[in-house]
Structures are given as C-alpha cells and as structure tokens.
Design a protein around this ligand. Structure first.
Ligand code: GDP
Length: 195
C-alpha cells in the first residue's frame, strides 16, 4: 500500500458525527498502551498522526483517518485502563457497541495485542465480542522487537490459543520499531478494503 495521504477528518462521540458516504472502514482496537497509536503511525508513515501514549481519562472519541481518499482507519479508544470510572467505561462500551454493530462501512477490526504477554481478560472479551457479531478480525501481535526471535513462535501460539482465534482470522507479528509485519498487515487490510 502506498500511503499518499492520511488526515484526521473527525473525532466522533456519536453516530450522527460519523463521516457520510460509503467508503470502507478498518477499525483499530486494543488495550491502553498496547502500541495502537504506534501501529497506526507506522502503517501511515507518520511520526505523530495518532497520538502516542495519550492520557487515559481524556475525552473518548472514535478518530476517523481518511487514507488516500479511499478508506478510513477508525481509531477506537483503548480499553483496560484500571483508573477509568464505571460511568466512563459504560459510555465507552455503548459507543463501541453502536459503532461495531450499526456501521455497514466497517469491514474488519484490527485487534492489537502485546506479543510479550498472554492476552488479558479484556483482550479476550474484545475478540469474543467481535466473533459474536461476526466481524472479521486481524490480530496484530506487536512489540515483536522486545521478544527474541527464537521465542516468537512460542509467543504467537500463546496468543492464538488464549484468544482461540477462529479460522479465517489473521494473526500477524508486528513491530512499530522495526516495521516488521507492515507489508503483511497492509496485504491483509487491502483485502478487506478492496475485496
Ligand atoms: P497506545 O496507548 O496503544 O496508543 O500505545 P502507544 O502507541 O502510545 O505505545 C505505548 C508505548 O509502547 C510507547 O512508549 C511506545 O513507544 C511503545 N511501543 C509501541 N509499539 C512498540 C513496538 O513495536 N516496539 C517497542 N519496542 N515499543 C513499542
């Protein structure tokens, strides 16, 4: 994928604010601090388009990035941050559920996990939710550069088995540091954008 242009068009909190038109959308989800912003920036060849390490507790929005004027990346606010109030968490849940279940433009969700660790209960909940609604999913196991090469397969197997990844879903080893997995990720994402 040659990224010719990438710009944020809207930070939406409600359905009425989603962009008009029928361009395909690829959503990106992951727990806070997992490396989601770094993934987006790496994929789009930008240093700081998606804000890295954004402070939890700030306004939770769905950020729509228009890419090549052809499709959107939709950045979903991170989950699993312990200090978020119950009320905030409920608001997050409602916003995500509405977007994931009532948005025909959504073609697939890129679910980002940390390859160093066994997926958390929240990671499992997210994946199960996506499968319940039959939303195609690409699992990105990021921070590969932090695991020795000889242990990659072992870690990937733990991710695969813990999430119980369904046939048809992709699991891609990635690093925002080295760019490993970038081409594979674009190949798979392109299938959903153009397929
Ligand atoms: P977000 O909260 O999910 O958007 O996470 P960020 O993208 O802000 O990343 C959280 C921290 O992990 C930052 O300090 C990043 O520099 C670091 N990080 C993210 N991806 C990678 C990666 O692939 N390799 C390494 N070594 N660090 C990463």
């Amino acid at each position: 994928m040659k990224v010719k242009s990438a710009e944020i068009v809207i930070s939406a909190v409600k359905k009425a604010q989603y962009p008009e038109g029928d361009l395909p959308e690829i959503a990106l989800a992951g727990r806070s601090n997992v490396g989601k912003s770094s993934f987006i920036n790496k994929m789009l060849n930008r240093k700081n388009l998606a804000r890295t390490s954004s402070k939890p507790g700030k306004t939770q929005t769905l950020n729509f990035y228009l890419i090549n004027e052809e499709f959107y990346f939709v950045d979903v606010p991170g989950y699993g941050y312990a200090k978020v109030s119950k009320k905030e968490r409920e608001k997050w849940g409602q916003m995500i559920e509405t977007y994931f279940t009532e948005r025909p433009q959504l073609k697939c969700v890129v679910s980002i996990v940390d390859v160093r660790h066994k997926p958390t209960a929240d990671d499992i909940m997210m994946y199960d939710f996506l499968k319940y609604y039959k939303i195609p999913t690409i699992i990105i196991a990021t921070k590969a550069d932090k695991v020795p090469k000889g242990k990659w397969q072992k870690h990937l197997k733990i991710v695969k088995d813990t999430l119980n990844i369904e046939k048809g879903d992709h699991l891609i080893l990635f690093s925002s540091e080295t760019g490993q997995g970038k081409e594979e990720a674009w190949n798979v994402i392109s299938q959903y954008v153009y397929g």
